[in-house]
Design a protein around this ligand. Structure first.
Ligand code: F6P
Length: 555
């Protein structure tokens, strides 16, 4: 696959000129000039998902030139390489074939010339058997009691996907109580274990590498917790399963092979919730609903791989992100789900996006001369309106926003839902069209004189510039299928963005240095350890820690 610097394409030059021509055009003008703008810049998928991208700072010419950028950077070739299981994760010499995990049609999928579907299907079948045993109470703990609580120990891609999905699909959950331990902070594991009975607790150690220090520290602590209640370590057996690619490390931990749910190195951690890493999901909503999640993702996969780029939702979102990040100077993107159950979505997308494309070296190993990943942040609506919308409306940043809403709630409170959706739509309207000084003045014309005088002084503070771009994604319902559609949409947006920007999106070397330094510093936190030559700030912090850490002092 040829690596192309996007800034050296004709499209990029054209976009730079086009930006000069369009930067002063207001969305008010664009909508006034085209009564069909919504129809022109919106698309639906399987009658379950609508993307309204009409409130973006684009014209047909903008879109055409952005699409030309996708063509000139050979996005189609990149998609084919993804599908063919090529080692597109070049620096780790791996494929990135998470599409195989939800390949419900069992199309042939190869990695290194080997068909992967037999192993994918074998693990899915094993997951199904296990889920049925646990859910139906046939899987018993050391004392003969059925499982009531499932604890997943994992972090990053081995945590965020399952954690986010289980919040989003709360209405589909069964009697099993699911808990997540991710942070190495002892406060989390202590809090979680407080409420648990070892006799009815199942622990999933979720780690592709089975070496991540936080996860292994938590796993050992939880195992010790069990051993305070058990007479014989052999009694641990029914309480621990592993979700991992590292069978040797799993065996060394003491988990039998039949209680290992395998994943593979050609599945990136942040793209792994569809694999055995998704076992907490399948346990909590049932395997059939988990399969619906997979099917939803497959629908979006099919769309991404086959739809012309002009109607391709992930490609359009990717191009819009590049347009704002590289021509409008936008540094961040806000993910604003107007649904309480999607409260974990922005955290999930932070890793998916920023760990994939938060790079500054291109596929030739050269420093990039353009913006790569945006900073992803966000909060559910309407909460965010009472926290940061002031900045969105009247701040100094251009912040493209993704509003996500669900037409049909899972609760009967109609008036709540109508208020929620009205706020969602109104915010995109206010962001797009704002409110001019003239409009404010006209609205005050009928007010008493003293009000008009007071308000005249406030006028500059009450103007809304508008022209803030947003996308609105409207799902018919938040079902497992539609959640799969949504997550896969963002996965492919991120992939397309990385491909166009000539990045390796599936490695994450940037997380290594901090981990290594932490391993060097941890021994230094103990009084008796002699510190190597480290900077005065770090040494100063260690000194204060040692002085103030009373618990430590008692050691
Ligand atoms: O954040 C770095 C990272 O490697 C992620 O890519 C990964 O999802 C996470 O740590 C956990 O890794 P593992 O699943 O191997 O424990």
């Amino acid at each position: 696959m040829k690596a192309i610097n996007p800034t050296q394409t004709a499209a990029w030059q054209a976009l730079q000129q086009h930006y000069q021509a369009i930067k002063r055009v207001h969305l008010r003008e664009l909508f006034a000039a085209d009564g069909q703008r919504f129809n022109r810049f919106s698309c639906r998928l399987s009658d379950q998902l609508l993307l309204d991208y009409s409130k973006n700072l684009i014209t047909e010419e903008t879109l055409a030139t952005l699409l030309q950028l996708a063509e000139e950077t050979q996005l189609t070739v990149a998609i084919q390489a993804l599908l063919k299981g090529e080692k597109i994760n070049r620096t780790e010499d791996r494929a990135a074939l998470h599409l195989a995990l939800r390949n419900r049609d069992n199309l042939p999928m190869l990695v290194g010339g080997q068909a992967v579907m037999p192993q994918v299907n074998a693990v899915l079948a094993k997951m199904e058997r296990f889920c049925n045993q646990v859910i139906e109470g046939d899987w018993r703990g050391y004392s003969g009691l059925a499982i009531t609580d499932v604890v997943t120990i994992g972090i990053g891609g081995s945590h965020l996907g399952a954690w986010m999905v289980l919040q989003a699909l709360a209405p589909y959950r069964n009697h099993l109580k699911c808990h997540f331990i991710a942070n190495v902070d002892g406060g989390e594991v202590s809090e979680i274990l407080k409420s648990l009975n070892p006799a009815t607790t199942l622990v999933l150690i979720s780690s592709k590498s089975f070496t991540t220090s936080e996860t292994m520290t938590n796993a050992l602590t939880v195992r010790r917790w069990f051993l305070t209640s058990l007479r014989d370590p052999a009694q641990l057996r029914p309480h621990f399963v592993a979700l991992s690619a590292n069978a040797a490390a799993v065996a060394a931990f003491g988990i039998d092979r039949e209680q290992l749910f395998e994943i593979w190195d050609w599945v990136g951690g942040r793209f792994s919730l569809w694999s055995a890493i998704g076992l907490p999901i399948a346990l909590s909503i049932g395997f059939k609903a988990f399969e619906q999640l997979l099917s939803g993702a497959q629908s979006m996969d099919r769309h991404f791989v086959t739809a012309p780029f002009r109607e391709n939702l992930p490609v359009i979102l990717a191009l819009l992100s590049i347009w704002y990040g590289n021509f409008w100077g936008a540094e961040t993107e806000a993910v604003l789900p107007y649904d309480y159950r999607l409260q974990g979505l922005s955290a999930y997308l932070q890793q998916a996006n920023m760990e994939s494309n938060g790079k500054s070296v291109d596929r030739q190993g050269l420093p990039v001369n353009y913006q790569t990943a945006p900073i992803i942040w966000g909060e559910t609506g309407t909460n965010g309106q009472h926290a940061f919308y002031q900045l969105l409306h009247q701040g100094t940043h251009l912040i493209p926003c993704d509003f996500i809403a669900i037409a049909e709630p899972h609760h009967p409170l109609v008036n709540h839902h109508e208020q929620l959706l009205a706020n969602c739509f109104a915010q995109t309207q206010a962001l797009a069209f704002g409110k001019t000084a003239e409009e404010i003045t006209i609205a005050l014309a009928a007010a008493p004189e003293e009000i008009q005088i007071t308000e005249r002084d406030r006028l500059p503070f009450k103007v809304f510039r508008g022209n803030n771009p947003s996308n609105t994604l409207l799902l018919r319902q938040l079902t497992p299928n539609n959640l799969g559609l949504l997550i896969s949409l963002y996965e492919h947006k991120i992939f397309a963005q990385g491909a166009i920007l000539n990045l390796f999106s599936f490695d994450q070397w940037g997380v290594e240095l901090g981990k290594q330094l932490a391993q060097c510093l941890q021994p230094l936190l103990r009084k008796q350890a002699v510190s190597a030559s480290i900077d005065s700030s770090t040494q100063g912090l260690i000194n204060y820690f040692q002085t103030w850490n009373v618990q430590h002092g008692s050691r």
